[in-house]
Design a protein around this ligand. Structure first.
Ligand code: NAP
Ligand code: GLV
Length: 309
């Protein structure tokens, strides 16, 4: 068996070593132009050329949850694409989103500014009933995040493509459910995959439908958000602010207004990092299953190429 690796912006060495330990008899190598055809590819943001040359692949494993970078490439229709299925990401995402929601709700950003100015002053307690949190995307990450938010007793709403039932979460689905979902949401969390249907979904129209004082937490992809629409709504007072982990251009350019905006918190695409050991174990387990004759359609994380996630 031969497994080829193309991990843009990631040190491949520990990955190669981890897979060699998992498959001592296999050829584990970094992809380069003209490489011998491999059985499997493990990738992050690979170039088109890999798929033009590697025409014998039995599976492509993405070392992230989002496959939007792969969706832009031409891959043979019969090659299964498998994304990470949690692999330690959902608990990180729950931490990040709960932190962002609570920081905003409890006004900890204001207390941080007060402390920096040596100022001792209380803010009035707020009612969590006035801060319903709406999670767009109730998949592996969105569902975990929604459940975590219910533990803090926020009213929680969720929106997905197909109808879902999550205990303690008021669920909406499809384009028919979107307006009711937005109209009942104050803090909006985006955990959608980036697809042609969801691109630019956080725009002037949708963000204006949130309850007054709306707040945006985007942890999915920068392409979901129209930056200037959100800034205009924050500056007009329609929205209270945002916590953003993902951007159209990453790293976020130094001149981008998000950096210095007093109501916007920026983090460097770190809300749910790929955990190497968990990911190697998950992918190796799937390769073992496939080599043992498992039907790839039964493995979690197989991407529906038509839907794009
Ligand atoms: P997932 O399990 O595939 O869940 C996607 C969810 O979005 C599903 O509930 C799906 O609905 C819903 N959805 C998709 N298209 C929709 C549409 N047009 N309208 C309404 N709902 C739609 O994905 P995941 O593992 O939770 O990951 C979600 C995204 O998070 C990834 O694609 C990635 O972009 C992002 N992410 C970011 C980071 C970070 O560090 N910032 C880390 C990991 C992932 P159905 O359930 O009905 O299919
Ligand atoms: C990170 O953004 C991922 O998609 O895993």
């Amino acid at each position: 068996m031969r497994i080829t690796f193309c991990l843009t912006d990631t040190n491949p060495l520990p990955w190669l070593q981890g897979f060699q330990a998992a498959f001592p008899d296999a050829v584990i190598e970094e992809w380069a132009r003209g490489s011998t055809p491999a059985d499997y590819a493990v990738v992050w943001a690979p170039p088109q050329q890999l798929f033009d040359e590697q025409t014998a692949l039995k599976g492509v494993f993405n070392i992230g949850a989002g496959v939007d970078a792969l969706a832009k490439l031409r891959l043979a229709a019969n090659v299964p694409v498998v994304r990470l299925d949690d692999a330690g990401m959902s608990v990180q995402m729950a931490e990040y989103v709960c932190h962002a929601v609570i920081r905003h709700f409890r006004e900890f950003d204001g207390y941080e500014a007060d402390a920096a100015a040596g100022k001792w002053s209380y803010r009035k307690p707020r009612s969590r009933e006035d801060f319903p949190v709406g999670v767009m995307g109730l998949g592996v990450l969105g569902e975990r995040v929604s459940r975590a938010l219910t533990q803090f007793e926020f009213p929680v709403l969720g929106w997905s493509r197909s109808a879902k039932a999550v205990e303690g979460v008021r669920c909406f689905s499809g384009s028919d459910g979107l307006n009711d979902f937005l109209a009942a949401t104050r803090i909006l969390v985006c955990l959608l995959p980036l697809t042609p249907e969801t691109e630019n979904i956080l725009n002037r129209d949708t963000l204006s439908r949130l309850l007054p004082g709306g707040y945006v937490v985007n942890v999915a992809r920068g392409g979901h958000l129209i930056d200037e629409d959100m800034i205009a709504l924050i500056d007009s007072g329609r929205l209270a602010g945002a916590t953003l982990d993902v951007f159209r251009t990453e790293p976020l350019p130094a001149a981008h207004p998000f950096w210095k905006h007093p109501k916007i918190t920026v983090t460097p695409h770190t809300s749910a990092r790929t955990l190497r050991d968990e990911s190697i174990a998950q992918i190796a387990g799937k390769i073992r299953a496939l080599e043992g004759g498992a039907d790839i359609g039964n493995l979690p994380g197989v991407v529906d190429r038509k839907k794009g996630y």
